[in-house]
Design a binder for this molecule. Structure first.
Ligand SMILES: Cc1ncc(C[n+]2csc(CCOP(=O)(O)OP(=O)(O)O)c2C)c(N)n1
Length: 619
């Protein structure tokens, strides 16, 4: 057992090179076993085992630094830096994070989670090193999927003038979560296959030389050779920018990787090492179904099947089927994803309406402005995106969509707490960043039927409109409460007086439980389904103020800029004297863990909410 010998950083250097393949195998077995229990990112990690071993063998951590783009592939790095025991609590509350965390280890030099940041961060660390007169090695590891994100090019553009060492390792497995898309992917693929192309040409030369006709053909080939050069000489794109290109190199060959890293360290300037790897390597189900095993729930190791396959439809499933039926009736409806056709539920749309589907790569900023252009051109774009990833397209939403009042629909999945991916992925800011934008309309459905109604409403609406809905099973209660939606109109679900719960989206389900708890304590409780976070229904508020001395707002968002603050401001402006209590998430980043535990910790579970309401009632 070689893994047993690795208890801390640099212990890998004690392993005999002849045993690297055995160690790699042990690491793979360990990861498969642990992730099959906890869930986590499997495919990317299996593909990065040797690459990570080589980095740890060639570098001296923690003095040398590795920045992991996205950070979902850093499990082997965690294993090699003394965190083996952490895998039993991987992604669980107070357990080890699934992403690099500075607070977790001195070997994690930069927190990541969102894509395409590693080269910028690495360049910053390089400049800091140079300012301090140090000479450690800084390496940014970025995948080919993450290289579709614009920020990576902004960073490469900036790095190209560097006169000191900076290494970028491109971990090219020819996959994003799903198939990688676009010109960059095509370019990298050309490099992958260039050797084969050259071999082929050699073969042709050998066969043709000698005969007069053959020599003529060779002359022809030579003529076009120089124009082909850029196609077949790997890395010209990077070289032309001033970045030394090394590769392609087999990312599963530890010694070859060590050699190329050492060579890269000698370059006085930016270097890109192009490593070719296989996603899911060593575990057949993950090799065969890389998208399914990109991030997985617990599974059976032998069959690869999920241990607890979901039986109830999620909000994503509802979106997936509704958007397809809407597309049948609205010929100008087009759908856009930033590299998440599976996660957002657009895979079905892609197969039904391939001509109206756009996967733009991991490029949320571009996705939004692209949608604005489509809308300006008379189409009805639906941008399906996760709440936390849309954060980076804030200016595009204001400048390109809302300022021109363009009819773009934002289908915002994973809004609210998402659970085990943690701080970087919690969708707890979207009400804040969207509600302050003029012309924007923000909705949240109380259940699966209302999501369908809202999507239909949004597709008919002539202006920017966003629907936010949470991860996981779609609420299937309150079926009888369906109505024609009206801009800025809330819905009274029940009315009794005393305490009014104004709940937004996912919090309606919680409000029903809170109501039961309060009623058990003898209180009268009304529930209002807010439906709109912007514009808010002030009429419903003023109406409630007549016979409810306590008004409670409930939302899965931070307080600042959220729904509750808007209600508070409207009540203040009107001069209402009713007590108003805002139930929101705290002004902090929420760590990883299962959503029900997180809610309890954050005081967002029905029991704690009911207690807080009773306190306010008695005050
Ligand atoms: C801004 C942003 N958008 C989307 C995602 C979701 N996401 C996580 S990993 C990933 C694919 C990354 O592909 P690649 O860099 O090639 O790494 P691989 O998983 O193939 O090793 C995506 C789209 C993200 N993390 N950040």
């Amino acid at each position: 057992m070689f893994l047993e010998k690795i208890e801390n950083v640099n212990d890998i250097k004690k392993i005999d090179p002849a045993d690297y393949p055995a160690l790699a195998q042990e690491i793979r077995d360990f990861l498969i076993e642990k992730i099959s229990v906890t869930g986590g990112h499997l495919g990317s990690n299996l593909g990065a085992v040797e690459l990570t071993m080589a980095l740890h063998l060639a570098l001296d951590l923690p003095e040398d630094k590795i920045i992991w783009d996205v950070g979902h592939q850093a499990y082997t790095h965690k294993l090699l830096t003394g965190r083996k025991d952490g895998f039993d609590g991987l992604r669980q509350y107070h357990g080890m994070s699934g992403f690099p965390k500075r607070k977790e280890s001195c070997c994690d030099c930069f927190d990541t989670g969102h894509s395409s940041t590693s080269i910028s961060a690495g360049l910053g660390l390089v400049m800091a090193r140079d300012h301090k007169g140090e000479n450690n090695t800084i390496v940014s590891v970025i995948g080919d999927g993450s290289l579709t994100g614009g920020m990576a090019y902004e960073a490469l553009n900036n790095a190209s003038k560097l006169e000191t060492n900076f290494i970028v390792v491109l971990n090219d497995n020819n996959m994003s979560i799903s198939e990688n898309v676009g010109g960059v992917s095509k370019y990298l693929n050309n490099i992958r296959t260039a050797d084969g192309y050259l071999d082929l040409k050699e073969g042709i030369y050998n066969k043709l030389t000698g005969s007069a006709k053959g020599n003529q053909v060779i002359k022809g080939i030579r003529r076009i050779k120089s124009s082909l050069k850029t196609l077949v000489i790997p890395g010209m794109f990077f070289e032309d920018m001033g970045i030394t290109y090394l590769g392609p190199v087999d990312g599963h060959n530890v010694q070859a990787m060590i050699d190329v890293i050492h060579a890269a360290q000698r370059v006085e300037g930016p270097v890109l090492i192009h490593a070719l790897t296989k996603k899911g390597k060593g575990y057949l189900p993950a090799e065969k179904h890389p998208a399914r095993f990109h991030g997985t729930e617990p599974f059976d190791v032998v069959t690869g099947k999920l241990l607890n396959p979901k039986t109830e439809p999620s909000y994503t499933d509802v979106f997936s089927s509704v958007i397809c039926s809407l597309a049948e009736h609205h010929e100008n409806l087009v759908a856009i994803t930033a590299a998440m056709p599976d996660g957002t539920g657009l895979k079905r749309f892609r197969s039904q309406f391939p001509d109206r589907f756009y996967d733009v790569g991991i490029a949320e900023e571009h996705a939004v402005t692209f949608a604005a252009g489509l809308a300006a051109g008379g189409m009805k774009p639906v941008v399906a995106v996760y709440s936390s990833f849309l954060q980076r397209a804030y200016d595009q939403i204001i400048h390109d969509v809302c300022l021109q009042n363009l009819p773009v629909v934002f289908a915002i999945d994973r809004a609210g707490l998402v659970g085990s991916d943690g701080e970087t992925h919690q969708g707890i800011f979207d009400l804040t960043y969207l509600s302050g934008i003029p012309n924007m309309h923000v909705l949240a459905p109380k259940n699966k039927w209302e999501l369908a109604d809202m999507l239909q409403f949004a597709v008919m609406f002539d202006g920017p409109i966003a629907i936010r809905y949470p991860r996981g099973t779609a609420y299937a209660g309150l079926e009888d409460h369906r109505a024609i939606l009206e801009i800025g109109k809330a819905e009274w679900i029940c009315r009794e007086g005393e305490i009014a719960l104004f709940a937004l989206g996912s919090m309606v389900e919680e409000a029903e439980k809170v109501r039961d708890l309060l009623k058990a304590q003898g209180r009268k409780v009304s529930i209002v389904n807010a439906r709109f976070a912007k514009p808010i229904d002030t009429e419903a508020l003023f109406d409630a103020a007549k016979d409810h001395s306590l008004i409670v707002t409930m939302e899965e968002n931070v307080a600042a800029g959220g729904y509750g603050e808007k209600i508070l401001a409207a009540a203040n402006e009107k001069g209402l004297s009713n007590r108003i209590l805002n139930i929101t998430l705290p002004d902090s980043y929420v760590e990883h863990g299962c959503v029900s535990i997180l809610k309890k910790q954050l005081g967002m579970d029905p029991e704690t909410i009911a207690d807080r309401i009773m306190e306010a009632w008695k005050a």
